[in-house]
Design a protein around this ligand. Structure first.
Ligand code: GL2
Length: 831
């Protein structure tokens, strides 16, 4: 029988776990033959990539199975990270790093005449997120596994992730992202754990056999959720946690119903409608679109996940009353906030729990992270829409609200205004369900993502909730994983660092501080600069190949890479470019520090102004890059299709990182951390995590400019008039006039008018107010760059002082303060 075969023998026989170069090569060739069905002579690059991916996956599986077995045996307390987005990036390289076999595999492939870089390039990245919020979730999974914390990521397996961006005639054009079309070797479908989801219909109320008043939901649609699991291996540990993403399908029973009545096409139509739920990621970053399909997606993945967790609980013979002891659920923004109500419904309607107990469990289960201060991102759903999709949940929300408002009334008597402000229902016009309020009421902990952001939440956006529940609030400053964003993406710098201070910084980023002892070591400085130069040269080659623009790796690489948003102010950087250009035109022999301005990022497809800013960058580039007067001193490059893969090329090559949002608008930012970790200096405002980055690296190593949050508030309150700045600053006026005149748009003075008019008449993000300070600061940047020794010193200190911004530190903070969860050691026992 199977049992009779010693498991370890089976592993060794099949060569599926060995990590030495020879075993890996043999396993790779086996997979090419048995999985891809190819001889090397006929194999494509994709065949080779797949064969390697399966070779790596086999090594993951062993750890994954042991991890699951350990957690099940121990009944370990587990973190469930609920997120509508997981922007994972390519898996292959990261798994090689975390398994500790990157160099062996690179060498093994080379011996077979293959380039590991090329094979990694072949992987279609799973772009199941928009930007920072989704990437944060991915960094957190990496840290959870690295720190041996039992955890599950729960989300949606979108068939189409974030769109691919093309640039045509300077405009953004969106193409669908077919990330699954070549197959996904990293996931395993688990149809045996499918669950059913209800939608629509109505509710019924009845008295049960024990005389209790009960409710039930009679849906008019049922959808099946199928889990697909991806192993998330930690760095140099046996822990491999699970990312469980749900795909929607029509349940077979429904097909049959229509099929039996002869309505075959109706049955297929129903299937199609069901599958739409997990079809596509909404491409909006930091703003909400009140579409029914979006609410359906949120409810779909949340209900699937909670049902799955109840199954796990039962599988471990734990009572439902222990749900909150077994699981800590983190709500990544309000997208999964409907969980609060869905768990109440499952406990009360399905498991006959009484309200008080269900509420205690629910509220001790959930914690909520807020990721934005922007009003347009605060989710609210029209009551009508909400009630038609989730009628039972609406009833439960009314009940939660009533009990909550009773509490408010007791704590703040005779304060009707406060009750209106805090209600879960917005009744000021059309009625809405306020998801942030629901998340605050239904969670035992609430956090912002940077110190300033949390402070502003408490003072402003969630002030009433802070006054009501001050004990719930804490700050959890974001972090990024040094495995992907240093070890994998900047291997030369990582190796230099390791040669000086050993490799424990990779798991304990604070140790980078030891680099400070080499800051004035001339040999170290030379090496540091050489590596930066190398990364810049590689990016220059990429730019040559993709944009057909020649850039000088000796010039200052000034980079802004992030989603396009007016509040992030890519157009402030543009005003700087136009200003430098104007200075050259006025005085062609002027001394200017040569710079290459590099932009990358996507705009939401429906965000006109953001798309116009992309067009303006390309238009200015077209003029500046070709003007002989400029003589190569300025170059403007827009890199299309910014994603995780491209980000990994960009961070190592940056000299200057642009973090120039209007103060009080960027909750945290995480790109700012990745750039600085890779030795870029930051030019930035006192916004989001910039504040803490500056604190860590020292003000003398950070280029600060611009208004503070208070100054912005004050100006707004006292009637800000951007036009006054335009009239009093000659360089600003000239820059704006040039854009308005059609100079960059072949004489078309209409093209950029919406942007120019907005800046002159509104400028709600205070570009004009910050312009002079920004330009002065950039002049200082240019001056310091000329002193390469000074610059290198600042660069080393920036990297050396980034320890705080490891996602390991963030996760430790969450574990200690919110989740109350401990590491679990996994030993390899079986394969
Ligand atoms: C964001 C914030 O805008 C960003 O500043 C923050 O770093 C990330 C992660 O906390 O969250 N909020 C948001 O809605 N998106 C973000 O990137 N999309």
């Amino acid at each position: 029988s199977l049992d009779a075969i010693d498991l370890q023998d089976r592993c060794e026989l099949s060569n599926r776990t060995g990590m030495d170069s020879e075993t890996l090569k043999r396993a790779f060739l086996n997979n090419l033959f048995y999985v891809q069905g190819k001889f090397p002579a006929l194999a494509t690059t994709n065949d080779y990539y797949m064969a390697l991916a399966y070779t790596v996956r086999d090594r993951l599986l062993q750890r994954w199975i042991n991890t699951a077995a350990t957690y099940t045996e121990l009944g370990s307390r587990t973190v469930a990270y609920f997120s509508a987005e997981f922007l994972m990036g390519p898996h292959l390289g990261n798994n090689l790093i975390n398994l500790g076999i990157y160099d062996q595999v690179e060498q093994g492939m080379a011996e077979l005449g293959l380039s590991l870089d090329e094979l990694q390039e072949e992987e279609e990245e799973p772009g199941l997120g928009n930007g920072g919020l989704g990437r944060l979730a991915a960094c957190y999974l990496d840290s959870l596994a690295t720190l041996d914390i039992p955890s599950l990521g729960y989300g949606i397996r979108y068939e189409f992730g974030i769109f691919d961006q093309d640039i045509r005639d300077g405009w953004q054009v969106e193409r669908t992202d077919k990330w699954l079309s070549a197959g996904n070797p990293w996931e395993i479908a688990r149809p045996e754990w499918s669950v059913e989801i209800k939608l629509g219909g109505h509710t019924e109320h009845y008295t049960d056999d024990h005389g209790n008043y009960r409710s039930r939901w009679v849906p008019d649609q049922v959808v099946k959720g199928i889990p697909y699991d991806t192993p998330i291996l930690g760095y140099q540990t046996n822990t491999a946690n699970t990312l469980r993403l749900w795909t929607a399908e029509a349940p077979e029973s429904f097909d049959f119903r229509s099929f039996n009545s002869g309505d075959y096409l109706g049955a297929v139509y129903e299937k199609m409608i069901s599958e739409n739920i997990s079809k596509v990621l909404y491409p909006n970053d930091d703003s909400s679109q009140g579409k029914q399909l979006r609410l359906t997606q949120q409810f779909f993945f949340v209900s699937c996940s909670l049902q799955d967790m109840i199954r796990i609980l039962h599988g471990q013979n734990l009572p439902l009353e222990n749900f909150h002891k077994k699981f800590a659920v983190q709500l990544n923004d309000t997208h999964p906030a409907i969980s609060v109500v869905e768990l109440m419904r499952l406990l009360i309607d399905h498991h006959q729990m009484d309200w008080e107990q269900a509420w205690t469990i629910t509220h001790q289960t959930f914690a909520y992270t807020n990721h934005t201060l922007l009003p347009e991102a605060l989710e609210r759903w029209p009551i009508e829409l909400f009630g038609s999709l989730l009628p039972r949940h609406l009833e439960l929300i009314y009940e939660i609200n009533q009990r909550f408002l009773d509490e408010v009334r007791i704590k703040f008597p005779d304060d009707e205004e406060r009750m209106i402000r805090m209600s879960l229902i917005d009744e000021s016009g059309e009625r809405y369900v306020r998801m942030a309020h629901l998340a605050c009421v239904g969670s035992h902990a609430i956090n912002g993502v940077a110190a300033l952001h949390t402070e502003l939440l408490q003072k402003d956006v969630l002030r009433d909730f802070y006054e009501m529940y001050p004990h719930k609030f804490t700050n959890k400053t974001n972090g990024v994983t040094p495995r992907r964003f240093m070890v994998l993406s900047n291997s030369q710098l990582s190796k230099l660092i390791t040669s000086k201070i050993g490799d424990s910084w990779i798991k304990n980023l604070k140790e980078l501080q030891q680099l400070e002892q080499f800051v004035d070591d001339a040999g170290f400085q030379v090496e540091w600069r050489r590596i930066k130069q190398h990364s810049k040269t590689e990016l220059a080659t990429y730019i040559q190949n993709n944009n057909n623009i020649t850039v000088d790796p000796d010039s200052l690489f000034d980079i802004q890479a992030k989603r396009f948003h007016e509040y992030k102010r890519q157009h402030l950087s543009l005003l700087h470019i136009v200003t430098l250009y104007n200075r050259i035109k006025a005085n062609p022999d002027i001394e200017i520090t040569p710079r290459t301005f590099i932009f990358g990022g996507k705009a939401a497809p429906g965000y006109f102004m953001a798309k116009l800013i992309i067009k303006l960058i390309n238009s200015v580039g077209n003029v500046v890059n070709r003007d002989p007067d400029v003589r190569g001193r300025l170059k403007v490059v827009f890199l299309k299709d910014y994603n995780v893969k491209l980000a990994q090329r960009i961070y190592p090559a940056a000299d200057l990182s642009e973090q120039i949002s209007t103060a009080g608008k960027e909750a945290s930012g995480t790109g700012n951390m990745k750039f600085a970790l890779n030795g870029a200096l930051t030019i930035g405002t006192l916004d989001g995590a910039n504040v803490e980055i500056r604190e860590e690296v020292g003000e003398e190593n950070f280029f600060l400019f611009g208004l503070t949050t208070e100054e912005v508030y004050h100006k707004r309150a006292h009637g800000y008039r951007s036009r006054d700045y335009y009239h009093t600053n000659a360089e600003l006026k000239l820059a704006i006039d040039r854009i308005a005149s059609g100079f960059f748009s072949q004489g078309d003075a209409e093209l950029f008018r919406p942007l120019v008019d907005d800046l002159l008449n509104q400028d709600q993000y205070f570009l004009f107010a910050d312009y002079a300070s920004y330009i002065a600061c950039q002049d200082q940047v240019a001056a310091v760059y000329k002193d390469q020794t000074k610059w290198t010193r600042m660069s080393i200190l920036n990297a050396a002082r980034m320890g705080k911004f490891s996602s390991d530190r963030s996760i430790e903070d969450y574990c200690r303060d919110i989740w109350k969860v401990e590491p679990v050691n996994v030993e390899l026992r079986q394969c």
